[in-house]
Write a protein that binds this ligand. Structure first.
Ligand code: F6P
Length: 392
């Protein structure tokens, strides 16, 4: 510890990134780093890529982007491994999507192949991905992903790849990080939509039901519902009773408020009910996908209250567009923190926001549970204090 000019012992803050060095892989010098952006996209991905590229070049490393998830490492799939230089990441901090392309059908452990009867099947191609990684003489993989992609990254780490994860998802449902990048932009988009629905709902004296994303977590619904002043917020963590939802709408009517806004998370369920799923077109490898609750809630409200009710599903609008400034900043911070992990050979970790710091946490730990909204947490209590109904 150094001495400050006053002669006093200077306080040196503990490095939040310091971890057990014995646990770190001590192998060859880092020279070539690969980036993967598999899974659903989220605003801020390009900012993470830019941060990784610039921080790596600064260290004299080369950086490569794997195109289209892990497909870029498989010779018979479209895309490849592309070198990313300073010029390739110029002006992309504010751009939505990923310059590398992505797919959420790119799990190398269950690679989709068409069976003889054109039915979708899966083949384990992880060995090919691992072999390609070594053939390309790569020293580290930075996997930017949500729950699914980080599970894959963790499995690849168990197969021996030196992996660092970066938490990406608009759902904000990864435990071990207080925030995932993309979430705040999705909230901004949903809040804007709820704001716009107010004027048309009020003019027509209607109930507007807006369905937002989030899978089995209610973060987007809660935050956008609060910010956009929805009257009812339905989240997976608090199963709802439709009669209570209607009671709230009637209570507003009685007060002369002839319109209401209901913000419902796609994963919300009625008490003792199930998540509403919709069928998806053939060829996607899935039969059903979460979604459709907005229409269900709207129909039930119209039937019970007799009020004209419309529903709107925001869908992928929430995943697109330019990241809000905080998502850009957190993405840049995550990207550079991941590079510092690589430099220390601190693999098998995910960089996590633990305000005010970014810390590496074991990848496996970050995947143990999904992070759901605490039902007695401050945000829910705030909404309740403001008169918001959760339908319970
Ligand atoms: O996990 C992010 C997310 O946007 C969820 O909120 C949503 O349910 C899902 O992905 C949609 O994924 P896709 O339509 O890309 O399969």
């Amino acid at each position: 510890m150094g001495l400050a000019p006053s002669g006093k012992r200077r306080q040196v803050a503990a490095n939040p990134e310091e971890t057990d060095t014995a646990a770190m892989t001590d192998e060859k010098t880092i020279r070539r780093v690969a980036i993967n952006t598999g899974g659903g996209d989220a605003p801020g991905l390009n900012a993470v890529i830019r941060a990784i590229v610039l921080a790596s070049i600064h260290r004299g490393w080369e950086v490569f982007g794997i195109e289209n998830g892990y497909g870029g490492l498989l010779s018979d799939e479209p895309g490849g491994l592309i070198r990313l230089d300073r010029e390739d990441v110029r002006g992309i901090t504010h751009r939505g999507g990923t310059i590398l392309g992505t797919t959420n059908r790119g799990n190398p452990f269950e690679w989709p192949v068409e069976g003889p009867d054109a039915a979708p099947r899966a083949r384990d191609r992880a060995d090919e991905v691992v072999a390609a990684f070594h053939e390309h003489d790569l020293d580290a993989l930075i996997a930017i992903g949500g729950d699914g992609s980080l599970h894959i990254a963790n499995e690849l780490h168990q197969e021996g790849l030196p992996v660092v994860g970066v938490p990406k998802t608009i759902d904000n449902d990864l435990s071990a990080t207080s925030l995932t990048f993309g979430f705040l932009t999705a909230v901004e988009t949903a809040t804007d939509a709820i704001g716009k629905l107010h004027s048309t709902a009020e003019s027509h004296q209607r109930v507007m039901v807006v369905e937002v994303m989030g899978r089995n977590a209610g973060w987007i619904a809660l935050f956008s519902g609060l910010a956009g002043t929805a009257d009812v917020i339905l989240i997976p963590e608090i199963p709802y009773d439709i009669d209570k939802v209607c009671a709230k709408i009637r209570e507003r009517e009685a007060r002369g408020r002839h319109f209401s806004i209901v913000c419902v998370a796609e994963g919300a369920t009625q008490i003792d009910g199930e998540v509403v799923m919709k069928t998806v077109p053939h060829g996607t490898g899935e039969q059903t996908r979460i979604g459709g609750i907005g229409e269900v809630v709207a129909r039930e409200i119209a039937d019970r209250t007799g009020k004209e009710t419309r529903s709107l599903t925001l869908g992928h609008l929430q995943r697109g567009g330019t990241p809000v400034s905080y998502d850009r900043v957190i993405s840049l911070r995550f990207g550079t923190a991941a590079v510092r992990c690589v430099e220390r050979r601190d693999f098998g970790k995910m960089v996590a926001l633990d305000p005010p710091d970014i810390r590496p946490v074991p990848l496996s730990q970050s995947l143990e549970n999904i992070k759901t909204v605490p039902v007695d947490g401050d945000a829910v209590l705030t909404a309740r204090a403001l008169g918001v109904s959760f339908g319970d």
